[in-house]
Ligand binder design. Structure first.
Ligand code: G3H
Ligand code: ZN
Length: 274
């Protein structure tokens, strides 16, 4: 069953728990995440990032996520991740995403507020939830030109009040696309933001967070925990292992079975920490 972001987070907030939001890139990882969520009876968020949208179009990846979500026994939200283009956001809202993120983290404060408000007006009209970002979570790849900066609690409160968004992504030390769980987090900053801001907080780049800290993030007030790289690594490494064992293998359906199993196991493990 499909939920928007606001309602799905409310479910986990009532039990003081977090919800995992996984980046997915097609049928195999989408279904594996749903299987994981059903196995442990947890709600889950499927997210399309820019790479997936550029690869197959916002409607195609959206339709895959919606289809597996609609067939699921657990609550599922279908989310557009890190969008900067209002045209793409409009298409996501029109084709049935239940949630969109406008990422204005590289814009000056006032411009971020104005653009985010515009997105919120467009999305809320269709009962689609909106996530935005204040501060900026950086990338581990130095080739990506990006100004990372920590979130200031007062600025976060002002931003949330001015924009009326449903969830707020904050920068407290995570870094996107880390392959090791080595991020150094500023929990006191997170606690202070949570004290000042009423809406649910989102942590990006959570692959780089240690298992212990994932649990602590939720205890300190974070609710939506975004994980991408960890599942991509499981999928890719499992594929590679199979080619090493059988260099003549070529049948994708046979090859993808173990990859889906590996993604499912990793998703279960991450969800249990939240
Ligand atoms: O928006 C997506 C997440 O922030 C994923 O980050 O790939 O570092 O886990 P990650
Ligand atoms: Zn992110």
């Amino acid at each position: 069953m499909l939920y928007n972001l606001k309602d799905i987070i409310r479910l986990v907030d009532e039990e003081n728990r977090g919800i995992a939001a996984f980046n997915v890139f097609g049928y195999e990882d989408s279904q594996a995440v749903i299987d994981a969520a059903e196995e442990i009876g947890r709600p889950v968020i499927l997210m399309a990032n820019k790479d997936a949208v550029n690869h197959m179009g916002v409607e195609m990846i959206g339709e895959i996520m919606r289809h597996v979500g609609l067939g699921s026994k657990v609550p599922v939200a279908v989310h557009l991740d890190h969008a900067t283009d209002l045209e793409i956001i409009g298409r996501a809202v029109a084709c049935g995403y239940t949630s969109v993120m406008f990422d204005g983290s590289q814009l000056p404060f006032e411009e971020n507020v104005e653009m985010t408000k515009k997105v919120a007006r467009m999305a809320h009209e269709k009962d689609v939830s909106v996530e935005a970002e204040i501060g900026a979570v950086g990338y581990s790849d130095p080739a990506i030109k990006f100004n990372a900066r920590f979130t200031e609690p007062q600025e976060a409160k002002r931003f949330a009040d001015l924009t009326g968004v449903d969830a707020l992504a904050v920068a407290i030390g995570t870094v996107h696309r880390m392959e090791m769980q080595k991020a150094e987090l500023q929990f006191e900053r997170l606690r202070e933001i949570a004290r000042q801001v009423d809406i649910p907080l989102v942590i990006h780049g959570s692959t780089g967070v240690t298992d212990e800290d994932l649990t602590k993030l939720v205890a300190c007030g974070a609710r939506k925990i975004n994980i991408g790289t960890a599942l991509r690594m499981e999928f890719g490494q499992t594929l590679r292992r199979q080619f090493e064992e059988d260099p003549k293998a070529f049948d994708r359906i046979k090859l993808f079975g173990p990859c889906m199993e590996a993604v499912k196991e990793k998703a279960v493990q991450k969800m249990q920490l939240l």
